[in-house]
Design a protein around this ligand. Structure first.
Ligand SMILES: [Zn+2]
Length: 61
């Protein structure tokens, strides 16, 4: 019985602040392509939704 490495290894959020500092939060899913903590994951989702709505509006003008 061997556990995958990804379950035991701590992976930090890849978000970079404007001053170049990396976020020290823990990634929600260390096995995913997107490595973000819950706070930045939420921020990205909000931003993606807003951008999508804006582009959709522009496209139907
Ligand atoms: Zn973060």
């Amino acid at each position: 019985m061997s556990e995958p490495q990804s379950l035991t290894r701590r992976v930090t959020c890849r978000y970079l602040r404007r001053n170049g500092e990396q976020c020290t939060g823990e990634a929600v899913d260390s096995t995913a392509d997107v490595l973000l903590c819950i706070k930045h994951m939420a921020r990205v989702v909000e931003h993606a939704r807003a951008t999508y709505e804006r582009l959709k509006k522009e496209a139907t003008r």
